[in-house]
Write a protein that binds this ligand. Structure first.
Ligand SMILES: NC(=O)c1ccc[n+]([C@@H]2O[C@H](COP(=O)([O-])OP(=O)(O)OC[C@H]3O[C@@H](n4cnc5c(N)ncnc54)[C@H](O)[C@@H]3O)[C@@H](O)[C@H]2O)c1
Ligand SMILES: C[C@@H](O)[C@H](N)C(=O)O
Length: 362
């Protein structure tokens, strides 16, 4: 009855097996809906589907959205098998963004109103498998955008500092400027920005896009990007006491704590359309180098040591913005970050210390 096929990738780019069923009486969507009771939507709130929801950002966003719009109105999806906690916390469903018909079925059966499109291969993983990155980041995004147009969904797609390249002004980088990225990740994100804006002007799609800095979180792992060192240094500070950094000490990049990032998504989803002068905005919080974050962590954990062993990710970082100009977002819809570098260090270490059985001096 069941067979194993290979499909898509996990967040680390490895092919994952998936079970399919060849029994024609078995209906995966309806049976799962019945099982999870996800057809019982709460009130008149929007019904929201998150793609790629088991990565660094999706779980946190689902939690915020569920608090605001109701648990059963927010459906997490991915191609990864969820653990029990994820399933207990609200509706979760399998959705491969390369499968147009399946996505269409989900949107119809669950009467989806908004879509948050998180599925992607990030910068470093994308360079290690360019054909797959093209499929997931470009073909998958086409599927999502076309369905959002057909079913008149509000669509949020994140972009990134990686959507800029060596010919862009890097300090600061404005909303509208030269964009000639040199990674497949960046190329696919510029394509998503342009397609979303085209669909908005041509078909009236309510497309909203924020360019995120490198996102730093403790509760979820980063998915294979160029900014991942800025998460890893906190784990190393509390375990081995030594961090091997894959970027040079002076590589300045824009960064943001996950709470600010998730709040930015919650806010942009609700901004009245007439306030949006752009459909793609930069958002900024802080900007630091490995040497600066090392010094900030070392203030709390003086025994921490670091060595710099730049690898292929250095070549990517060298082409990215150092500081984002997000004055457009601040002016048009009131964006404001809350967490700076010292606060970030305090939050990350406070969150992670119990996990590693450590006590902190504050
Ligand atoms: N995390 C950051 O620092 C950052 C910064 C800028 C922009 N973004 C963007 O935000 C979004 C979410 O980022 P993240 O850090 O959570 O990414 P992540 O790599 O942690 O998660 C991406 C998810 O996409 C899923 N995926 C891969 N192929 C798929 C497919 N065929 N169908 C469905 N899902 C598939 C993966 O299983 C994974 O769970 C991405 O679009 C990313 O480009 C993230
Ligand atoms: C910056 C962002 O898009 C991601 N963290 C990456 O490094 O690829």
């Amino acid at each position: 009855m069941y067979q194993v096929i290979q499909t898509g990738v996990s967040r680390c780019g490895v092919s994952r097996p998936r079970l399919t069923c060849n029994d024609s009486t078995f209906h995966p969507v309806l049976n799962l809906a019945e099982h999870l009771k996800i057809s019982q939507h709460d009130d008149n709130n929007p019904r929201i589907l998150i793609t790629g929801g088991l990565g660094q950002l999706g779980l946190g966003l689902a939690s915020e959205l569920r608090q605001k719009y109701g648990k059963n109105n927010v459906i997490l999806s991915d191609i990864i098998k969820p653990n029990k906690e994820i399933v207990d916390n609200g509706p979760y469903i399998y959705a491969d963004i390369l499968d147009f018909k399946n996505l269409q079925e989900l949107i119809v059966n669950h009467r989806i109103d908004w879509m948050i499109h998180f599925s992607a291969l990030l910068s470093a993983i994308g360079e290690s498998n360019v054909p797959l990155a093209m499929r997931v980041n470009i073909e998958g995004m086409h599927n999502v955008m076309e369905l959002a147009k057909q079913y008149k969904l509000k669509l949020f797609v994140p972009s990134t500092i990686g959507a800029f390249g060596p010919t862009s002004p890097r300090n600061p980088t404005p909303d509208l400027t030269i964009q000639r990225p040199q990674t497949i990740y960046g190329v696919s994100k510029v394509h998503a920005e342009l397609m979303g804006e085209y669909y908005h002007h041509r078909f009236g799609l309510d497309f909203r896009c924020l360019r995120f800095p490198g996102i730093i979180s403790a509760g979820t792992e980063p998915g294979g990007g160029t900014t991942d060192y800025a998460c890893q240094i906190f784990h190393d500070a509390l375990t081995t006491g030594h961090h091997v950094c894959f970027l040079r000490e002076d590589s300045r990049l824009p960064m943001m704590y996950i709470d600010d990032c998730l709040r930015s998504v919650m806010e942009i989803l609700e901004v009245p359309a007439e306030k949006l002068k752009l459909r793609t905005y930069n958002i900024h919080a802080m900007s630091f180098t490995p040497a600066e974050i090392y010094a900030a962590v070392k203030k709390v954990i003086p025994s921490l040591t670091i060595e710099y062993k730049p690898d292929s990710r250095q070549g990517i970082a060298d082409t990215w913005p150092m500081v984002f100009d997000d004055s457009g977002a601040r002016k048009d819809w009131g964006w404001n970050h809350e967490i700076d570098i010292d606060e970030l260090v305090k939050i990350m270490l406070t969150y992670l210390a119990p996990k590693y059985g450590k006590t902190l001096p504050f």
